[in-house]
Design a protein around this ligand. Structure first.
Ligand SMILES: [Zn+2]
Length: 256
């Protein structure tokens, strides 16, 4: 049985640990130490490392893990610096096989947060780095609003029951922003209550799902008339295109 568990790192990062029958792959290990501890505790061998983008809080542990586990295969975006020597550079549309986990993943280019950012998708699982968060999306450090809007649209087009493994526990703050945009969204209200309970108990709010994100996450809802109206009201500008609504929401959130 394939298992996906969060390894908390830094303040609010999750390093996702995918495991099956004593073998494991980690996604975005920003720090090696908590990964070593998790592997030891669960008696797992590391077979691979998946990287979504080049930021240090996603790659900082790669070199040390590659030293400890020289047979582990490193995968990272082709359009960004390889975080350690000998890695496999991945482009949009490629597929990788992780035989130890009996898992195949498809690579999706999702530029916006960074220009080379990729996501890994397969078997109903999505590892999307800092592109899609529950209730939010990554900041636009390198890409344009159009690029990010398009990337999020690709993720939103995945099957509804796809589980979304984001790399930060930002959900509660993100939902407060969604609520400011859509104060009367009943699905959002329900989810906010659920998330508040989980966080009180220190339980991760992730994974989310594509269906849930389409229902609550305003960054996937630029085409909803109420969301467009709120963005227009906030910017005091007419916004004709969905990506313009998205861009207005992203700027609004930056100052929220
Ligand atoms: Zn990042």
């Amino acid at each position: 049985m394939l298992k996906v568990s969060p390894i908390p790192a830094f303040n609010d990062n999750y390093i996702w640990l995918i495991s099956k029958a004593g073998r494991a792959v980690v996604v975005d290990p920003g720090d090696a130490e908590p990964v070593r501890a998790a592997l030891a505790e669960r008696e797992l061998e590391l077979d691979g490392i998946l990287i979504t983008h080049h930021h240090r809080d996603h790659t900082g542990g790669v070199a040390a893990l590659c030293r400890d586990w020289p047979d582990a295969v490193l995968y990272a975006p082709a359009a960004e610096p390889m975080p350690a020597p000998g890695g496999i550079a991945l482009k949009d549309g490629q597929r990788i096989a992780l035989p130890a986990l009996d898992l195949e993943l498809q690579i999706m280019a999702v530029p916006g947060h960074t220009l080379g950012h990729i996501a890994y998708c397969g078997n109903g699982l999505l590892f999307c780095g800092d592109t899609l968060f529950s209730g939010g999306c990554g900041r636009l450090f390198e890409g344009s609003p159009q690029q990010m809007h398009e990337s999020l649209g690709r993720l939103a087009a995945l099957p509804d029951d796809t589980l979304v493994y984001c790399t930060h526990e930002y959900t509660q703050a993100n939902l407060a922003f969604c609520h400011a945009v859509e104060p009367n969204n009943p699905e959002l209200k329900k989810y906010m209550q659920k998330v508040a309970k989980l966080r009180q108990q220190g339980i991760p709010t992730l994974p989310s799902s594509i269906a849930l994100e389409k229902a609550v996450n305003v960054f996937l809802r630029a085409r909803i008339p109420g969301v467009r109206a709120a963005a227009q009201h906030h910017t005091m500008q007419e916004l004709n295109e969905d990506y313009q609504v998205f861009a207005a929401l992203r700027r609004w959130k930056d100052d929220f």
